[in-house]
Design a protein around this ligand. Structure first.
Ligand code: NAP
Length: 505
């Protein structure tokens, strides 16, 4: 049954849409009419988890070709709804149409990438130690293969209504390996979530996959997410969002009678170091590009380069002058939700109150969702004395830090917590300083960048979108790229088991 506009508001559980038994609430779109939704109850969470568990054995036993067809079909069903998705996603999030269309292409491309990746056997990590019956002691025949973990919960992100949401990377990677998925939609884009879920469900039915392979839960209460991560049939969780929310859900996963892995992609300030040679020769060019990267998508990217570290003196002053000029030309942009806009105001106000922080440029609106860019500045001394300055301000704002010498830049790098990315801009004469910095930064960040910018995360085999806490809750993994499927697998060893009894070839 295809979703019609007048059916929006319920939960997708098992074989189809349910009206929803929970409390009603209204969406808060950036433009257009609010829509009515219901919050998934704990009984509905239980229904989704049971249906996912019921689907698991059959879905895990499907061939890679079948799952690849499913993923390709989801992409096709999304394309069939592209105009509706674009209109609703723009209205809900306030993001411009060009951005939504680019994200749409990235999302369908990602689905196709995982379809292709499912067909390669590399991710199975097959290993074989042949039996040595005459050895003393004898060695049994051992075969290792990666197996899907079971039903997976995915928390959609506010800042990527498509690429990190209902049919985004977490969902695509889990479905690729045979894990049923239960998505907790994000309140910032509920109607978008429902249309995309309808595309996934239509593809599931067309591919004759079991009910329960995919579910969507909508909610305005924390109870839904809590019930989901503590449900005994849920085997792993994927999450993109705040450090506070992610930490709370991580702790719930760890405190379960049977703990499960929680793969949270949380906060990051993504430091960008400008070294002396590059600053002297290309400072103005780097400053303009930094201002663009900083304010792209109203600064609502987890890879926004929120900290720029500059050699004090002429290089820093020239850089900041050019950056302020570029920011002054950057128009206000609509933020994803009232809550996120307010969170940004609070973060900037808190930073401005700190001793040693001065405003280079501040066009933060006192109310509403339209937000102008902000540039604050401080010294390494002040920054090192106050760890709170290193907290993420989610929005179009950046903090410039001046360092007296390369040793201070190294001390600053050493002080940072885990990051998704760390960037160094340098010229050939900066090699020695760059080497010293990278030696520290590679222990801090999942992705290291030379003379580039961290926004624009390529979905590829070699991508790492993760890092030590608080960038992520699990530094051994990535939430972007084909390696992200490892989160939904566990190695199983088959000892002396004849072929035909196990999934091993
Ligand atoms: P969030 O508040 O962490 O929420 C993400 C999801 O987790 C939502 O579905 C939320 O449900 C749920 N959730 C959060 N805390 C929970 C709890 N204690 N128990 C149960 N469920 C919980 O993130 P957000 O709404 O996307 O944005 C808020 C802030 O997160 C931003 O201002 C920004 O600082 C940060 N953020 C960072 C990134 C990044 O990539 N680094 C991306 C997006 C957001 P509810 O909606 O019901 O609360």
């Amino acid at each position: 049954m295809a979703l019609r506009d007048d059916q929006i508001g319920g939960q997708l559980i098992g074989s189809g849409w349910l009206a929803g038994q929970g409390e009603e609430f209204l969406s808060e779109p950036a433009s257009g009419a609010a829509r009515r939704f219901t919050s998934a109850t704990s009984a509905e969470v239980d229904g989704a988890a049971r249906a996912a568990e019921d689907a698991f054995a059959a879905f895990a036993a499907t061939t890679a070709q079948h799952r690849a067809r499913f993923l390709d079909r989801i992409a096709a069903e999304m394309r069939a709804r592209e105009e509706r998705i674009t209109v609703i996603a723009c209205a809900e999030t306030g993001l411009p149409e060009a951005r939504i269309r680019a994200e749409f292409a990235r999302t369908t491309g990602q689905l196709r990438l995982f379809a292709q990746h499912a067909l390669t056997r590399g991710w199975l990590d097959e290993r074989h130690d042949p039996g040595l019956p005459t050895r003393i002691p004898p060695r049994p025949d051992l075969r290792l293969i990666q197996r899907p973990v079971g039903p997976v919960a995915v928390f959609a992100a506010s800042n990527f209504p498509l690429a990190f949401s209902v049919a985004g990377g977490d969902t695509a990677s889990a479905l690729a390996v045979g894990c049923p998925v239960i998505v907790k939609a994000h309140q910032a884009h509920l109607a978008t979530s429902e249309i995309v879920a309808d595309a996934v469900d239509t593809a599931r039915k067309a591919e004759r996959l079991p009910p329960g392979t995919f579910a969507l839960l909508q909610s305005a209460t924390r109870m839904t997410g809590t019930a989901l991560v503590t449900h005994p049939l849920v085997r792993a969780v994927g999450f993109t969002g705040s450090t506070v929310g992610g930490r709370a859900l991580f702790d719930l996963c760890a405190a379960r009678p049977e703990p499960i892995p929680f793969y949270g992609e949380l906060g990051s300030v993504n430091p960008l170091f400008v070294l002396r040679g590059a600053g002297l020769r290309r400072g103005a060019e780097i400053a303009r590009a930094w201002a663009t990267s900083l304010t792209q998508g109203a600064g609502q990217f987890c890879t926004k380069p929120g900290l720029v570290i500059l050699p004090a003196g002429e290089i820093a002053e020239r850089f900041l002058q050019v950056a302020v000029e570029a920011l002054a030309e950057t128009p206000s942009q609509c933020m994803l939700s009232d809550t996120i806009a307010q969170g940004f105001r609070v973060s900037i106000a808190r930073l401005e109150e700190k001793s040693g922080v001065v405003t280079g440029h501040n066009t933060v609106a006192k109310e509403g969702r339209d937000m102008g860019p902000v540039l604050l500045r401080t010294t390494a001394d002040a920054f090192l004395a106050d760890p709170e300055m290193a907290e993420e301000a989610f929005g179009p704002g950046g903090l410039a830090i001046t360092v007296a010498d390369p040793e201070e830049a190294v001390a600053l790098a050493r002080s940072l917590s885990g990051q998704l990315t760390a960037t160094v801009h340098g010229d050939p004469e900066d090699q020695a300083e760059a080497r010293a910095l990278f030696g520290i930064l590679e222990r801090k960040a999942g992705r290291l960048i030379w003379n580039g910018f961290p926004t624009g995360v390529e979905v590829a085999d070699a991508m790492v979108h993760g890092g030590p806490f608080p960038a992520s809750t699990n530094f051994g993994h990535t939430s972007v790229g084909t390696l992200s499927i490892r989160r939904w697998l566990r190695p199983a060893c088959y000892q002396d088991i004849p072929s035909g009894l196990t999934p091993v070839r």
